[in-house]
Design a protein around this ligand. Structure first.
Ligand SMILES: [Zn+2]
Length: 198
């Protein structure tokens, strides 16, 4: 009995390593896993094992991929002259759902965060610089609209503009479904700045 309790404890400890999972959530997940059939539990373990074995990073855009270069980087239907720079893999997936973008991506792997000791050398910025020539004409900075994301975009714009490439920033403003009266001043200022002619 003691042994099985130890193995449950080990599972809980491993689950708490996942982002956003505290001890309480980890315990809930562990007890859910305990209720799975042996086959279901094996499938879960196998999926984790295979993903680590097969999936690596694209050496061009730094996205996760089972091939190198990845499918996006080699897709001839995508424009190779426009790059959308995002913080994380999940951001690229989100941007890809938006209509109107048919270029390629570059994943920074995070954002500048001096308080957490994350500087330019910790992000995939060197790889971005190697992609500029000869064909890239526009870089869309799509880092998150928060303090660190803005600082990252500003840093990149200062770095890239002197290299003769057009640098743009995604428009910032009010999310669809929100109320003006609840928006903060910074959001409203940016919404005004990003206004477009009808
Ligand atoms: Zn790629």
């Amino acid at each position: 009995m003691l042994q099985s309790a130890d193995s449950v404890e080990r599972l809980i400890t491993e689950l708490t390593r996942l982002p956003g999972i505290g001890r309480k959530s980890a315990a809930r997940l562990a007890f859910h896993i305990l209720k799975l059939t042996k086959q279901e539990a094996n499938d879960l373990a196998e999926a984790i094992r295979v993903v680590k074995e097969k999936v690596g990073f694209c050496s061009v855009c730094c996205n996760i991929s089972e091939t190198d270069p990845c499918r996006v980087c080699t897709d001839p239907k995508r424009r190779s002259d426009v790059l959308c720079v995002v913080e994380e893999v999940s951001d690229a997936a989100a941007m890809d759902k938006a209509e109107g973008f048919n270029g390629r991506f570059h994943i920074l792997g995070g954002r500048l965060s001096p308080l957490n000791g994350i500087g330019p050398d910790d992000l995939n910025i060197q790889q971005l610089l190697t992609r500029l020539k000869p064909e890239v004409t526009e870089i869309i900075l799509a880092t998150n609209p928060n303090v660190e994301g803005e600082a990252t975009a500003t840093y990149l714009a200062r770095l890239l503009k002197p290299l003769g490439v057009k640098v743009t920033r995604i428009a910032r403003g009010l999310p669809v479904g929100s109320d003006l009266e609840y928006a903060d001043a910074v959001t409203l200022t940016r919404a005004l700045e990003g206004r477009q002619e009808y």
